[in-house]
Write a protein that binds this ligand. Sequence first.
Ligand code: HCA
Ligand code: CU
Length: 385
Amino acid sequence: MIKILDATLREGEQTPGVFFDGHIKLAIADLLDEIGIDIIEAGHPLVTQEIHDAVQQLAHRNLKAVVGAHARSVIYDIDLALQCDVGFLGIFYCVSEDRLNHVFKKDLSQAIDQISKVIHYAREKKPSLLIRYTPEDTVRSKFENVLEVSTAAVDAGADIISIADTTGYMIPGTSRSMYDYVRKLKDELSGRDKYPQIAVHCHNDRGLALANALDAYRAGAEIIDTTILGLGERAGIVDLAQLLVALTQDFGVENRWKTKRLSDLYNLVSKHANFEIPHNFPVMGRNAFTHCAGVHTHAAIQNPVHYQSLDPKVVGRSMDVALDHMSGLSSIEWALNKLNIEADDELISQILNTVKSIGQKGRMVELSELPHIVDWCKKHLKIKR
Ligand code: HCA
Ligand code: CU
């Protein structure tokens, strides 16, 4: 059963300028929990006292989701996380040759020693802890290094190995395939009698995070990292709503998530992150289910399927029609119908002309503005007659 780890409160807060107050973190976590997210990565307690306190409060909130902390591979970070009473601990340490030689100035076996000790320590301190080890920048690191360190991490007590595409480097269908990577790591580890859960953390630098995550799913990954709105460093990571939609609507995964609540969750996060949802953002953007050109609205009003591949209800949304210079008669009829306003053909065509001329100024007519236009047009027609 595929699990979702949402990292909005950790990776998402690494979006430049994004900060969530403690009480907002609680509200976000409550909704994530209600939706049915399995693991909530709540933050890295070392970063600020506020993050430490939020992680602790979340861990004490009795959520169904497992609440976790992020930690470097040092005892100090593990102690901080354990002070917060988390049920999940994500430990990261990069084992690429470059990082080992130039940043950590350690060889692989020294690094493995340190990582193993830290994991072992965490396991001893809290036997029930769910421990993930991530060789950061996994996919650009030497595969042998990843394999050795993952084997040692599992031996030391790690439950999960996460494949991090830290820079959004993977491209489906090329030699940099996430599908192939997951398969290969799983095969090599099982050849060594190691069966950790495999997680993937896909960054979106090339716009391929979701495609890579789905590739990983097909290859047997058990946990996928997401954030709300795809927030995160640089171009962020896999968007939660887009992933849940793809899994449940297209990949045949049973919808055990309350996806209808996603709309409220996204509005909450957008508001408090001070991060406007791009209008054309898939699934959750303002325009994602809004039909504009007359030809489109005409067909979509008969049956939305003509121009929608997803039922907006799945994510708590509904179809909409935009009123601007692209509108046709059917767009106006749709809007009037919504407002319970009756109009004859002549009036409808007069309204359409007015809407089109406003649209040409680069502005959309809001539904709330339409009754005023109707009023105007009615008087105008009366004078003409
Ligand atoms: C980071 C990098 C990270 C770590 C992922 C993980 C990545 O911000 O520390 O610990 O599983 O993309 O590699 O987010
Ligand atoms: Cu990341």
